[in-house]
Design a protein around this ligand. Structure first.
Ligand SMILES: Nc1ncnc2c1ncn2[C@@H]1O[C@H](COP(=O)(O)OP(=O)(O)OP(=O)(O)O)[C@@H](O)[C@H]1O
Ligand SMILES: [Mg+2]
Length: 368
């Protein structure tokens, strides 16, 4: 079922944890709610679960207004960062618990527990106690308990944050696969942009309790609605320079970049991603002059930091890139890959050569 926030807000005393939020997760889709610590992600999830009452606005699951409904009547399943298992129940009993609450028949219950455990690769652990499991195995048990029945929605709050990097990667893949297989509408909270980009159909980027952009991962990457989104999504983050557009070029104290088709003029911020620029020779046309500051070989590529006068730029270069620190060089952004932002508000301006505003993020659901 789809899930909908309608002008739903939450204040704790004088703190506005969530500004009025309008957001729909279409039926069966995976939406990641992404943003830095304290931006209101957990609050939004708890409103949907019924663990908090909104200060204003309404919440719908399908056609049903659940705003005043008790959590247990909302039929949503939750997985939290701290996945509390019942310590004195076996793995099988832990997983079966939601079914027991709903008084399913014992035979059917056992069958479902077994199926879900197989699905998550913990079929051999059903007889163990939680203390006899590794962190990753416990995580899977918590996940199994959430998916053992078909709720209207899955709500997951940073479910992978306690796992080591490798296990996170593995679980990321499994949760994504499971969600597609089960087709249950999912709200997944994370502050990890890679998790959001790789897992979600849609990403809602939050900041200070307010929705910044709702878009597909591709749209978010190609057309960030503002500087905050642009810099939050992508690693290393987008490079941003202050300058001005004059006569169809971006002017900076260290050089100028042609912007064919740019319709604006005056002060702006120019952004480009580390993968959309090359390090070239000092004095090359259409480039910004600087020097090599740091070179970090990663095996499959090289991260190069270039110092312009006062700014450091991150550039992704090929694996064999090897130039001495301090050498004079230049940076040339790829044509058509630069973003312009209003210098004060940070809102995205029309991409050079394209008509219309690029901050069309809120319309992105249309295509999904
Ligand atoms: N029960 C509460 N009482 C008072 N303030 C709260 C309460 N819960 C959350 N807040 C405040 O509301 C804001 C949003 O909190 P929330 O937990 O939703 O953030 P978050 O995005 O989940 O952050 P994190 O990534 O750190 O988990 C924060 O400023 C927080 O301090
Ligand atoms: Mg949180």
């Amino acid at each position: 079922m789809d899930v909908r926030y309608e002008r739903a807000s939450k204040s704790f005393g004088s703190t506005q944890a969530l500004a009025p939020l309008d957001l729909t997760v279409p039926d069966g889709k995976f939406l990641a709610m992404l943003g830095p610590s304290g931006c209101g992600k957990t609050t939004a999830l708890r409103l949907l679960a019924g663990l908090e009452q909104p200060t204003s606005g309404r919440i719908y699951i399908g056609d049903r207004d659940v705003t005043r409904l008790e959590p247990r009547h909302r039929d949503v399943a939750m997985v939290f960062q701290s996945y509390a298992l019942y310590p004195h129940k076996s793995v099988a009993e832990n997983i079966a618990y939601p079914l027991r609450l709903r008084r399913s028949a014992a035979a059917e219950r056992d069958e479902r527990v077994r199926r879900v455990a197989e699905l998550l690769g913990i079929g051999g652990l059903l007889g163990r106690m939680p203390r006899e499991l590794s962190g990753g195995q416990r995580q899977r048990v918590a996940l199994a308990r959430a998916i053992v029945r078909r709720p209207h929605a899955f709500l997951m709050d940073e479910p992978l944050s306690n796992l080591d990097a490798q296990l996170r990667l593995q679980m990321r893949v499994e949760i994504k696969r499971l969600q597609r297989e089960l087709g249950v509408t999912t709200l997944y909270v994370t502050h990890d942009q890679i998790e959001a980009m790789t897992m979600a159909d849609l990403i809602a980027v939050m900041r200070d309790g307010a929705l910044q952009q709702l878009a597909t991962p591709a749209e978010l990457y190609e057309r960030p609605a503002n500087l905050f989104v642009a810099r939050f999504c992508g690693s290393p983050p987008m490079n941003v320079l202050d300058g001005a557009v004059e006569d169809g070029s971006f002017r900076h104290p260290t050089g100028s970049i042609p912007l064919p088709g740019a319709e604006i003029r005056g002060p702006v911020k120019l952004g480009f991603r580390p993968e959309h620029a090359e390090v070239t020779d000092h004095g090359a046309p259409d480039s910004l002059a600087g020097e090599i500051y740091v070179v970090e070989p990663l095996g499959n590529e090289t991260l190069v930091t270039v110092r312009l006068e006062d700014e450091l730029l991150n550039i992704r270069a090929h694996a064999g890139f090897d130039r001495p620190v301090g050498e004079r060089c230049a940076v040339r952004p790829a044509e058509g890959r630069v973003h312009l932002f209003d210098k004060d508000s940070g809102e995205a301006l029309a991409k050079p050569g394209e008509r219309g505003a690029s901050s069309a993020g809120h319309a992105a659901t249309a295509g999904i």
